[in-house]
Every structure is written in C-alpha cells, then in structure tokens.
Write a protein that binds this ligand. Structure first.
Ligand code: G6P
Length: 613
C-alpha cells in the first residue's frame, strides 16, 4: 500500500532532501504517484515516480520539517490532484494517509454543507477539512486532530502537519502501520522503518488506535481518547533491505504472511453479514444489467486464471449462472459467441497483462458487459472495463502471485453472493440463509489463515524433505481441482521442477502411469463432499508405491495412516476451502525453492507484469 514519511528536526538538515531520500527507500512498496510538503515551500505532487517529483521541485524548495507520500491509488485515479499531501480549504492543515476512510462520503457531504470545497476524488481529503473545522473552534491543533480522528471510520496510517506549528507533526494508526524514529534533535514518522534507518535505529511502533506527536526534541503517544501511552523504544538491527521485507527473508514470504489482512481488506465495508447481502460500490452502475446476464466468461492469466476456475464452481453452484473460464491468450484469438447478456470478467492483479486487456477489448467488440476484478487501481483493465471490484490487496512485489490470488478469491465470493442474491433461490439464486452462512464463514477466514501460517515450520520441514525430487503431481477434486493447478504452478514458477496439477479422478486416465517410488503426489483431500473419492484415488497411488503428502482437514485421524506426510488446515465451507488450502501450498513452494537456493522473489524467465504477448 501507500508509503508515508515525515520529518522534523533542528539540526539544519534540509527536510526536502531527507523526505525525498525517504520516499526512495519506500519505493519498493509499489506506488503510482508521489508528493511532498514543507510549511516553508508548500506542496509539490506528481503522478509517476519520485524522480519526477525531484525534477518538479525548484532549487529553492526548503524546510525544516515536512511530510511526504507515495500513493497506491484506491479512491480516484493516480493523477496529480489525487496525489497526497492533501490540504484543508485554508491551506493550513496538510495530511498524508495510507488506508481507506470508509465513511468519507458522509463526512464530505456534511463538510460541503458547512461550506468546504474539495479538489480531489480522494477519500483522504476529508481529513484536513475535518481538522480545520475543529481547529476553528478549539484553537488547539492536537485536540482538533483527535476530534477529527474520532469521526473517521476505516483504516489509516497518517501524518498531519499544521502550518501554524510547523515543527510539530501528528501521526495516528488504525490498521495501517506507523513507526516513529527517535533521533538526536530530529524525529520521524514512517510506514515502515526503511526510510528511518539511515538516521536512527531507535524506533517505536504505534498500535491501532494510537496517536503520536513528534517535535525535533521528542515524542509522546496517547490513545484516541487522549489517555497517555508509555511505550519503550526498540533498537532495530535490520538493514534497509530487511526493513522493506518487514523482517522476512523474501517478499514472497512477507506477502503470504499478509493473507489474513488481505482477506479483511477485500471484505472491508462490503459484507453486510446480518442481512446476507454484499455491497459492491464498483458494480452499482451496472446492477440492472447484471441482474439480467445469462452467462459469464472469465478471462485471465497465470494464478488469476486459477482464481477464475475456482470462481466458476462458486458462481455456478450459488448464483446459478453458466460460467466458462479461459486463458486470455486463447480467448482473444478465437471467435467466441457473446451477446449483451454475457458478462466478461477479467481477473488481473496488475490490471496491465496484455493478453487479459486484449481479451477485454475483444469482449467489448462482441457486445459483452465487461467487468474487472483488479488489484491495481486506475490500471488499464480497471479503466477499460464497464465496472468492477477492486481487491485492495496492496502492491505485490514478488513475481509469483500469492496474496493477490487470495484476494481475488475473496472478491469472487463477494461477487457470487451479489449475483446469487439478485436471483431467486428457485432459479439458481441464493437464499438469504445461505448468504448469511457464507458471510459468517468468510468472517472466520482471517483467523483460520493465521492458524495455518502459524504452522509454517511444519510445512518447511516437509518441503525440505522433498526438495530433492524432480517431479511432483498435485491432485484435487471439485473446488480443490483448480487448487491442485495452483500448487503445481507455484512450484514450477519458483523451483523450476516439473510439476503438474490434475483432477484426482483423472489420474487413472494417464498420469498414474508415471507414479513410482520417486514420483511424489501432493493430494488436497479435505473432508468435503468428494472426500471418499479422493481417498480412493490416494489408495491407487499408494498401491504403485508413490509417496503422498496429504493436505487434510484438522481432526481427520484416518488420512495419516494412508499417506507419508500430512498437513492440516481448519475446516470451513466447501466453497471457501480453496482460500485456506492455497496458503500451505504457497508456503510449500516457497520453502522448497528456498531449500534449493533459488531466487524466490525473482524467478528466472518470468516477469511480474506481462505487458507483451
Ligand atoms: C505473470 C505472473 C503471475 C500472474 C500472471 C497474471 O505471469 O508471474 O504470477 O498470475 O502474470 O498477472 P495479472 O497481473 O494479470 O494478475
């Protein structure tokens, strides 16, 4: 997600230079626009890179303190006007923000009535206006900031500055990380320690619901209700690169570990569990057309295609709409038959994959309603589709997709509830009762994913045990049939060994011929409606001396007697099981490749965003 950085010092350092260098070390987080503010020189913003920002800054740009931002667009496209810092109407209060203000529409409407004018599409802009409003009454910056923060709902990591007290900066955290850097005559606020480390190793991590004030001479922390918080500073011994990875060895591991947060972020504000309803703002404009569609075609590449295959099972079972899933690279070159009652859904993390984009254009030419499930806000696919759902997974740095896939699946469940509830239960649609059940089970997923992540040492042990093999086959059925593809794809991508995903029921029609004591199988075998059938398939493999690792449901005491190694995941609804099962497979591939000493984050021959055919 976005990166924020703020500085205040009395050592004569140029805040402009300090802030720009800080932004450079936050660049790894991924961003689409940048901005900087000092009380002395005002703000400079630009779409694009920090290098562009540097070019735009006049030589006279100066300051002793300031705030800076890298934006990863969520509300509003990546343009200069939407870039941070955002200001109050009187230009006195400035803010940089990482997160989403969920009630910004209500707050904005109230402020407009009070005479405020807004210049951007960003949800963030309500914050400085709110502080301005409270400052008018209280004449106290700190109080005004607290009052404003108590009115907003959503997630934030922010830094606020008031022109009238230029050496003081206020930070606050709710959901988005904030760390304070404690230097000698200088203090810092940042989204992670990487921009702070060149100046000081002494840091304080804020917790949710905490507000901090920094000046050149010190810092103080309170809760949102102004009660004091005492926290001892910690010394960090990470280098800048380790800091960017949150202390993890690779981005891939960091991104897998973000799974619980990613699910929360995709669901946030969209699931009305008590009513069994889903609110998807990005689909409101086409809700009438969606109620009438008779067919869905999903186009995507790589892991996003696998998300689509799982989505097909969900949408057909719970929304009663026929679904086809195609590799975008195939779809665009054949002669598909579509009409206005067809919705073409493009799934893409980057929103820039050329084949997926061209499939969208082909769908449009043929008259389909085009939708996107896209992570990168303002990307080409997001702009060119008629409507869509953003995943809000934050930037993914590692080439092999992990957290983006989890968020795509969560978004597909939301879409399934949305479309299912538009249709009558008797005609393939979803009853309120079923929707409520799914909604409740969805809410439990972040904790269940965390539980799986907590078993990562066991997964590592098994991955190390098998890291010498040259071939692997992954098998599964029904919802976990595509999960088998993903297990194999992850292993291929980062460990370069031959791996295949197969339907467990298809083994006897060919692949079982390959099985011997040197050819292991990874069987995804949760206790679901096809459990018995899966177990029979495992028996067939064991009869040919094939080693088997099983991914099973916690409490299954039988499966361990049949296979060589078992990994357990918590139970959930059958349709949601892929979201859990994919996590240990990602970790398995990660540890397997790591054991082989390979470059996990940058596998050979692959690119993160494939913008060529
Ligand atoms: C590349 C990446 C994959 C990704 C695929 C689709 O091949 O290596 O991890 O799944 O592109 O990317 P997209 O950005 O469209 O989801």
């Amino acid at each position: 997600m976005c990166g924020i950085f703020a500085y205040t010092g009395k050592n004569g350092k140029d805040a402009g230079g300090v802030l720009l260098d800080g932004l450079l070390s936050l660049e790894y987080r991924g961003y689409d626009s940048a901005g900087i503010y000092t009380p002395e020189s005002g703000s400079i913003k630009t779409p694009g890179a920090v290098a562009e920002l540097r070019k735009k800054m006049p030589a006279s740009f100066t300051g002793k303190s300031g705030i800076a931002h890298l934006r990863w667009a969520t509300h509003g496209e990546p343009t200069e006007k939407n870039a941070h810092p955002h200001a109050s109407g009187d230009g006195e209060i400035w803010v940089v923000h990482n997160g989403i203000i969920e009630n910004f529409k209500e707050l904005k409407a109230k402020l407009v009535v009070q005479g405020h004018t807004f210049l951007s599409d960003s949800d963030t802009e309500v914050l400085p206006h709110l502080v301005e409003e409270h400052l008018k009454k209280t004449k106290d910056f700190e109080k005004a900031a607290l009052m404003a923060l108590n009115e907003v709902r959503g997630t934030y990591g922010i830094a606020l500055q008031y022109k009238g007290e230029p050496d003081k900066i206020i930070a606050a955290r709710m959901g988005s990380p904030i760390v304070l850097g404690l230097g000698d005559g200088e203090h810092f606020i940042a989204s992670d320690p990487s921009p702070i480390l060149p100046h000081t190793k002494k840091v304080v991590f804020l917790e949710d619901g905490e507000v901090a004030i920094i000046t050149p001479d010190g810092h103080s922390i309170t809760k949102l209700d102004a009660t004091k918080v005492n926290r001892i500073a910690t010394e960090i011994d990470w280098n800048a690169e380790e800091a960017q990875k949150g202390g993890y060895e690779h981005f891939m591991l960091k991104e897998i570990m973000e799974g619980p947060d990613v699910i929360e972020n995709t669901l946030r504000g969209r699931l009305i569990a008590e009513k069994g309803m889903v609110k998807l703002g990005g689909l409101e404009s086409v809700a009438t057309e969606l109620a009438q569609i008779e067919r869905i075609i999903i186009v995507a590449c790589g892991s996003a295609h696998i998300a689509g295959l799982i989505g097909e099972y969900m949408l057909e079972e719970f929304a009663g709409i026929p679904v086809e899933v195609e590799h975008a690279s195939e779809f665009r070159y054949r002669s598909p038959v579509l009409n206005q009652r067809t919705a073409l859904i493009a799934i893409s993390q980057s929103g820039e994959t050329l084949d997926t984009l061209e499939a969208v254009r082909e769908g449009k030419r043929r008259g389909a309603l085009t939708l996107g499930i896209v992570n990168a806000v303002g990307s080409t696919i997001a702009r060119e589709t008629d409507a869509g759902v953003y995943n809000h997974a934050g930037p993914e740095v590692s080439v092999a997709s992990t957290k983006a896939l989890i968020s795509e699946l969560a978004a597909l469940v939301l879409l399934t509830i949305f479309l299912g509830r538009q249709r009558l239960p008797g005609q393939g649609g979803m009853s309120e009762k079923t929707a409520k059940e799914i909604a409740l089970a969805l809410k439990e997923l972040p904790n269940k994913v965390q539980h799986i992540l907590d078993t990562k040492q066991k997964i590592e042990k098994i991955a190390k045990k098998y890291a010498g093999v040259r071939d692997f086959i992954f098998i599964g059925r029904k919802y976990n049939y595509p999960v088998a593809f993903e297990g194999a794809l992850k292993l291929k991508e980062i460990s370069y060994i031959h791996a295949e995903g197969y339907g467990a029921g298809e083994m006897k029609h060919g692949p079982i011929a390959m099985i011997d004591e040197h050819f292991p199988t990874f069987a995804i075998v949760p206790q679901d409606s096809v459990y018995e059938k899966n177990v029979s398939n495992i028996h067939e493999i064991k009869a040919r001396k094939g080693p088997v690792i099983a991914l099973a449901t916690e409490g299954d005491t039988e499966i361990g007697k049949l296979v060589n190694d078992v990994l357990f995941v918590p139970s959930t609804l059958e349709m949601l099981a892929p979201i859990l099962n994919i996590v240990p497979l990602q970790l398995f591939a990660y540890y397997f490749a790591k054991e082989k000493g390979l470059n996990v984050d940058r596998p050979r021959n692959l690119a993160k965003s494939v913008t060529v055919e």
